[in-house]
Design a protein around this ligand. Structure first.
Ligand code: GLN
Length: 309
């Protein structure tokens, strides 16, 4: 097997030199300020060691990568009952699409498109004030990453709130079908703040390790979720984690992965590694352009695709 650190150094060098870097998200003005020249990658191994290259220690807005953690929390809180609120099928549509919601009576296709993640935020909110739910999400992620310094970037949360008409539409539309229990502004408050959590590749790779370890954080020994649930979350990441680019990601990378419009991707090589890549420029489907390429090269050279080496 290739030497992991030298592979990471190679993919980081390629990414830093790349000229076609995609376009930074600008519909959330605060995200548009991020330097498109950045690139970072980190790999956390089952023994807790983390290998890094590029800007792996620099915090970025995790955006929709947070949906993996809130799905894990909602499953812990509501068990399989949560599937009455949200499906498990790929949508084949952009992340912020509304078209299927009308035909499917306000039940989003999966927990990773915006509508689905808003439904999950509503589930996490039950029994809580928004501030408590946000605190619970942040605490969960800090515990997973074993790093109490992780915070929410309030400027990003405010920026998205000020430009959140599309997400507000999705939430109101679902509520009109009776699929949202709490006031829409509370649900969106939770959703926008989870998206505004700032983490580095190093922290994110560490936080995802339980999904590579059958639900158990191999470094701390904590059983975060059952092995069956970890397997199922990985399945949903593979099928739905990159929206209408999920097929392409499976084809090129061959790992469960979840992207965010901040340019981050969390990818899981079950039993082998948790990987975080970050480059702010996005492709047409809203997935990190160089992040996907870096993961493609990394998995090919390490033989980590779930479909065989
Ligand atoms: N906060 C973003 C939004 O709701 C998340 C989207 C994403 O990362 N794909 O639009």
């Amino acid at each position: 097997m290739a030497d992991l650190q030298s592979v990471l150094d190679d993919v980081a060098r390629e990414a830093i030199e790349a000229t076609d870097r995609g376009a930074v998200a600008n519909y959330i003005p605060e995200l548009a300020k991020v330097d498109p020249g950045r690139f970072g990658i980190a790999v956390a191994l089952p023994d807790g060691q983390v290998h890094c290259a590029g800007d792996a220690q620099m915090a970025f807005s995790i955006q929709s990568v947070s949906k993996v953690f809130t799905l894990t929390m909602a499953l812990g809180k509501h068990g399989d009952n949560m599937w009455s609120r949200v499906g498990r099928e790929p949508s084949g549509n952009p992340f912020n699409s509304i078209v299927q919601l009308e035909q499917e009576q306000g039940r989003p296709r999966n927990p990773f498109i915006n509508a689905g993640a808003i439904a999950v935020a509503d589930l996490i909110l039950s029994g809580h004030q928004p501030r408590e739910a946000i605190g619970e999400i942040l605490r969960f992620i800090r515990d997973l990453a074993d790093d109490g310094s992780i915070t929410i970037d309030e400027r990003v949360a405010r920026s998205e709130t000020a430009h959140g008409d599309r997400n507000a539409s999705l939430a109101h539309f679902m509520k009109s079908f009776g699929c949202i229990d709490h006031p829409v502004d509370h649900v969106l408050g939770v959703y926008f703040h989870q998206c505004a959590i700032a983490m580095s590749c190093r922290q994110l790779a560490r936080a995802g390790l339980y999904l590579a370890g059958e639900g158990r954080d191999p470094a701390s020994g904590a059983q975060v979720i059952t092995s069956q649930r970890a397997r199922r979350i990985n399945a949903i990441m593979l099928m739905c984690g990159h929206y209408d680019g999920s097929g392409e990601f499976a084809y090129r990378v061959g790992l469960p992965g979840k992207s965010g419009v901040g340019g981050g991707i969390l990818a899981i090589a079950p039993g082998k590694a948790s990987i975080a890549a970050w480059s702010p420029g996005l492709d047409a489907a809203g997935n990190s352009k160089l992040g996907s390429t870096a993961l493609e090269h990394l998995t090919r050279r390490m033989g980590w695709s779930v479909f065989g080496s």
